[in-house]
Design a binder for this molecule. Sequence first.
Ligand code: S3P
Length: 173
Amino acid sequence: MKKNIVLIGFMGVGKSTLGRRLAKRLGYKFIDTDSAIEEITGKTVEQIFRTDGEIRFRSEEKLLARKLAGQTGLVIATGGGMVLEQENVELLKQNGVLICLHADPQVILQRVKNKRRRPLLSKGNLLENIIRLTREREGAYDIAELTLDTGKLTYDEMLQEIKKFLEQKGYLR
Ligand code: S3P
């Protein structure tokens, strides 16, 4: 079974960029959960948070996790809050392997220019919000089988590391 490769981690660590490249390299289908939810609801992430509330967004994430759990051969870039919900973790692990991307707050700061999708960071001071939320979520992403520091490695290096890991574990068969 071709396991799904599920990229987890905080906002702005590069899950979508790396995920798209990884999918291309492996010949897997790429799913970005934020984009999928925007397509399903016809609203942007920012609109959902603003008009329907975070709870609605989290329930869309849950529905999507259920749907994806039944599929294989996907690279899934998850929204940073998706694995804070234990049920989603169980679902994503059913057919998938979790890989965490990590970055320090200063690196994240440089990358989170697209605040449209990140309403949790948009009010007040950006760096302070990043530091507060990363503290609140400390340990939450430690559930992954492999963790890579995206501030220290290039995308090509990360692709190589991930491919080597997946081959060693036999997850590509
Ligand atoms: C969130 C992360 C965002 C998006 C939403 C909430 C979070 O996705 O799902 O704004 O709670 O960490 P990215 O991790 O792709 O920025």
